[in-house]
Design a protein around this ligand. Structure first.
Ligand SMILES: [Zn+2]
Length: 195
């Protein structure tokens, strides 16, 4: 199929733009995220709680009718609180469909390149320029007593503790726990498990 000039008055054309845009976004590694109202949003994760979002102007399976609706691309810091760190000029839906979608890619590339240049806080979060014009940590880490913990890696399986040959009991001198319990637990303990 040859994709022609986008025509907002044609339902078929609005579907074509939507289909081509989604296919291309997916080929660039975007996945569909939560909708913004009824608008479909596609997301690509970048490093350290940053994601690139494309607000597609697609509702259902076609772009919205309104001619003034534009496609927007922005970079969001997804920590607490989430905040936009940058947005690109709007992509207007004018011209040949593959070219409209090509302009989305240009905006994505520009924004993602700008992320690489963001200054980083010692906590790892990117910095942004506040309303007062100061460069501040997006995680607002100085307002917290403790920095927000990083997601923990999968708990490692407890290494099996090798049990020596079973002996009746430990030397009683250092033990303060009630003796009978300790003894029973040890006897019942499954093989290879610490107790
Ligand atoms: Zn910080």
């Amino acid at each position: 199929m040859i994709l022609g000039t986008y025509n907002p008055e044609s339902a078929a054309s609005r579907r074509e733009l939507a289909e081509h845009m989604i296919a291309q976004l997916e080929s660039w590694g975007f996945e569909e995220g939560p909708q913004a109202g009824r608008e479909r949003v596609f997301v690509r994760c970048l490093d350290f709680r940053l994601e690139c979002r494309v607000y597609t102007s697609i509702s259902g399976s076609a772009t919205r009718v309104k001619d003034t609706d534009a496609i927007r691309v922005s970079i969001i810091y997804t920590g607490t609180p989430p905040r936009p760190l940058g947005k690109s000029p709007r992509v207007y839906r004018k011209g040949v469909i593959p070219e409209i979608v090509g302009r989305i890619k240009e905006r994505v590339d520009e924004l993602e390149a700008s992320v690489a240049k963001l200054e980083r806080c010692h906590c790892g979060a990117p910095k942004f320029t506040s309303g007062k014009g100061n460069l501040v940590c997006a995680a607002l880490c100085w307002t917290r007593a403790k920095p927000e913990p990083e997601p923990k890696p999968e708990p490692r399986q407890a290494a099996p503790t090798r049990l020596g040959p079973l002996t009746p009991a430990r030397p009683a001198a250092t033990t303060t726990a009630p003796e009978p319990r300790t003894g029973r637990r040890r006897a019942d303990a499954p093989r290879g498990r610490a107790w």
